[in-house]
Each structure stands twice: as structure tokens, then as C-alpha cells.
Design a binder for this molecule. Sequence first.
Ligand code: PDD
Length: 294
Amino acid sequence: MTIYLNGHYMPIEDAKISVLDRGFIFGDGVYEVIPVYSRKAFRVAEHLLRLQHSLDGIKLANPHSDSEWTGIIDELIARNAAQDQYLYLHITRGVAKRDHAFPSPPVEPTVFMMSNPLLTPPADLLHSGIACVTAPDNRWLRCDIKSIALLPNVLLRQMAVDAGCAETILIRPEFVNAEFVSGGGFMTEGAASNIFVVKNGKLLAPPKDNLMLPGITYDVVLELADANGIPYEVRKIAVAEVFAADELLLTSSTKEVLAITQLDGKPVGTGKPGAMFAQMYALYQDFKRDVMRV
Ligand code: PDD
């Protein structure tokens, strides 16, 4: 596997960074995951825009212009063998003596990119759907930043794995006048995915605010809903609506669109992938094919 590190392409075994890198010491950095289909990066402009938003959020200057990023992305795709890949792009605030405050003057950021073969969900998973658990969303209040500091997401995802499930759906607790509302709360997203609710033929999506990552796949799904006359609403989704859903959908760059057919051990709707999933999955595959053809 060939990776990119600070201006150089090399075998992953040769890649070395300092133990003083602020990514290692503080988790002080941001990342992107970009799918590549038939050796073409998907929605690059949108991923680079979100990267800029994340960099702005942590007050780190973008080390590259969009055309430089595109050059690195294309070169890395060319140097790796798989037709379908996923690129992991990672920028940290660089190497400096350990001190919480930013290094002054700033140091060179660390820029790392790797490619792995992209394995989209197999047919049996598309047919069965996945099982999820719910958990309180105990992350910080800037979940719109794609931060490399993922310990809360790691712990939340592990809860799903420990329960024999695929993902954890996060419920942000609700407070009224600083009082915790028992049984209240709103669904934000998955530990590493976005979540949609389907009720009475309508797609419900939580708003892209500071409490969730603005997913690139989430945007594609809403664009496809728009273009195909599928009714949808973007608004806060109460926890009770999640449990009363006819269908639940999960989206991410690596999982694309999946049906969630079990939640906390109980069936979602009929317990089988529903009509909205079937339609959205097909639309997404068609969209992908069209984009890759041009
Ligand atoms: N994760 N929300 C969170 C917390 C995520 O980590 C991700 C993606 C998403 C979906 O975003 P997108 O559609 O742009 O992939 C939502 C990536 C795949 C990861 O960390 O590996």
C-alpha cells in the first residue's frame, strides 16, 4: 500500500511521524473519508468544502489549495491497485513541544493520506438489514467538525459491537430550564454514520447543526429525495419517533445506504428492509454510476 505523507509517496511501512505530533498527543487534527469508485473520487468538491469547515473549526490553515488536494488524491488513487478505494485524509497541527496552546509561531501541519480497498456492504446485509442499539450522545458540542479525536465515537461504536450489533444510534439528552427530561431527547446520528427515520412514506432527517457531522452521503440522499419526488422533512427528531419508525436508514461514505431492521433488540417496522430503503438504495447506485461515467 502506497501512502502520502508530507509531500512524499511511500510504502506504508516506511511512513514515520514524531511522537510529539499534536495528533498523537492531543488528537489535535481533522480528517476526511472519500470513497473512490472505478478509480474516480466521489464528491471531491463537497469533501474538500467540509474539510475546510473542519479546519476553520479548529483554526488550522489549510495547507493546500483544492487543486493541490485533487492532485494528491488522483496520484494516490493511481498508485494503489483497487478499482474501488476509500481515501483517508488526515491533517494535524504538526510537531511541537507538548503544550495545550497552539505552537507560536505555527509549525508545519502533518498531512497524511492513505487508500484502502472499498468494500461496500455485501448482498446478505442489504437483504437482512443491520441491528443497532441506542445510547446517550455524550460527545462534545462541535460534532460538525470531523475531528480525529474520536474516543467518544470509539466507545459508542464498541457498545454496538459488544451487543452483537453494527452501529449505535445517538440520542442527545434533552434539558428544559437546566432540568434533565427523562425519556426526552433527540436523535443526532450514528457513532460513524448518519441516520434517517421513515414514517408514513416520508423521510425525516435531523438538521445539520453543531450536534452532527454534515454527511456527504446524507446530502446525496436528500438531493435524490428532492429529485425523485420523495417527501422529506429536515427537523429535530424526538427519540419516540425513532422507536415508532416504519423504517430507519443508515448512511456513510463506506456503508452507502443500509436498512436498520432491529433497534435495541426489537424489530423496526416489519423487521425487514422497507420500500424507502429499496428505492433509495437503487437511486444511490444509479446516481453513483451516472457520476462515474462522466
Ligand atoms: N464516518 N457521522 C459521523 C460521526 C461519521 O463519522 C460519519 C462518517 C458520518 C457520515 O458522513 P459521510 O456520509 O460523509 O461519510 C456521519 C466515516 C466514514 C469514518 O469515520 O470512517
